[in-house]
Design a protein around this ligand. Structure first.
Ligand SMILES: Cc1ncc(COP(=O)(O)O)c(C=O)c1O
Length: 317
């Protein structure tokens, strides 16, 4: 069943990263063992993709501004003031890519981390009185999942509720929940996990949002279920509207998921990923009809081939 393709390429020490206001080699970045984010999970991050177009010899950042709007919002949740505007962040990212001279599909990972206690601050788990730092890594990354479709397990792990940790923010510590669910799924022979909330309603997969198709209507759980309102998720609403497909938010329980005609995941990393099986239920051998339509349009948009969506693209070179 294992359909995930793992990129095992190790980061290269010669790659240049942005850290603490400077561009440096990856092996020149130091984190101390008392780093607060390392100890307590008090960091926030983003995942951004840029796609190389060989026809125009251009590297196109995809929805980069939306990702930095979210990074700033996530940072505020942990009392981190980046002191940078969205434009500043986009400019730093473009500079970083140019320095590395990447001319292929890449993935950008900005992280804002709580760093160390300010002078005079007492030891403890806290947010105020702690310094912070911003790092941005960029690395080559193509498709890392099998786009033909994956099999998911309905996890026995519940999604951390938004009343416990705000789900609008991409907080590093929250991902322990995803890692546990992912491991359980892998141990049982599945590729990824979908988690429910305490009411038994669907939230999201470990690093992506969940959609189903039922009677020609595309449905996805609302953010109030306790999920990250993914940028790809939001894109799917616009894609459906462009394609004339009805797309609604609706709470979905286990029975709704298992009775669906199609199911797919969305995320910057996985893009539009068909789910061909859920627990013992089989949706099909490959992507369903609606999933294929949405996925094909997404592919065209990310390659900047659809003029009405060109505002989602920011060229690097
Ligand atoms: C938990 C979780 N849900 C959903 C998503 C999808 O979000 P996006 O489409 O903004 O990448 C991600 C990926 O960032 C995620 O980690």
């Amino acid at each position: 069943m294992s359909a995930l393709i793992h990129d095992t390429s190790a980061p290269k020490a010669s790659w240049i990263v942005y850290s603490d206001g400077d561009f440096k080699k990856l092996d020149e970045v130091n984190f101390y063992t008392n780093n607060q984010a390392l100890n307590y999970g008090t960091g926030v991050f983003e995942g951004i993709r840029a796609y190389w177009s060989s026809s125009s010899s251009q590297l196109n950042l995809f929805r980069v501004e939306e990702h930095y709007v979210r990074l700033i919002e996530s940072a505020k949740a942990l009392k981190i003031d980046l002191g940078l505007t969205i434009n500043d962040l986009v400019e730093i990212t473009i500079e970083l890519i140019k320095i590395n001279n990447f001319k292929q599909d890449i993935y950008i990972r900005p992280m804002a981390l709580k760093k160390s206690l300010m002078p005079g601050e007492k030891f403890g788990v806290k947010l105020s009185g702690v310094s912070s730092t911003l790092c941005i890594n960029a690395m080559p990354m193509g498709q890392y999942v099998n786009s033909l479709g994956i099999n998911c397990l309905l996890s026995s792990w519940q999604r951390v509720s938004k009343e416990a940790i705000p789900s609008y923010a991409k907080i590093t510590g929250l991902y322990v929940n995803s890692a546990l669910a992912y491991e359980e799924a892998r141990e049982e022979g599945f590729d990824d996990a979908i988690m429910l909330n305490s009411q038994g309603d669907c939230t999201e997969a470990t690093t992506s949002n969940v959609f189903i198709v039922s009677n020609d209507t595309v449905k996805t759980p609302p953010p109030s279920a306790g999920l990250l309102n993914g940028i790809t998720r939001q894109s799917v609403f616009e894609l459906c509207s462009y394609l004339g497909i009805s797309c609604i938010e609706s709470n979905l329980n286990k029975q709704d998921l298992l009775a669906a005609d199609e199911c797919f995941l969305t995320g910057t990393g996985v893009e539009i990923l068909p789910v061909i099986g859920l627990n013992q239920k089989k949706f099909g051998d490959s992507a369903g009809r609606m999933t294929t339509k949405i996925s094909e349009l997404y592919d065209d948009i990310k390659k900047n081939r659809v003029s009405s969506f060109s505002h989602w693209i920011t060229p690097v070179y």
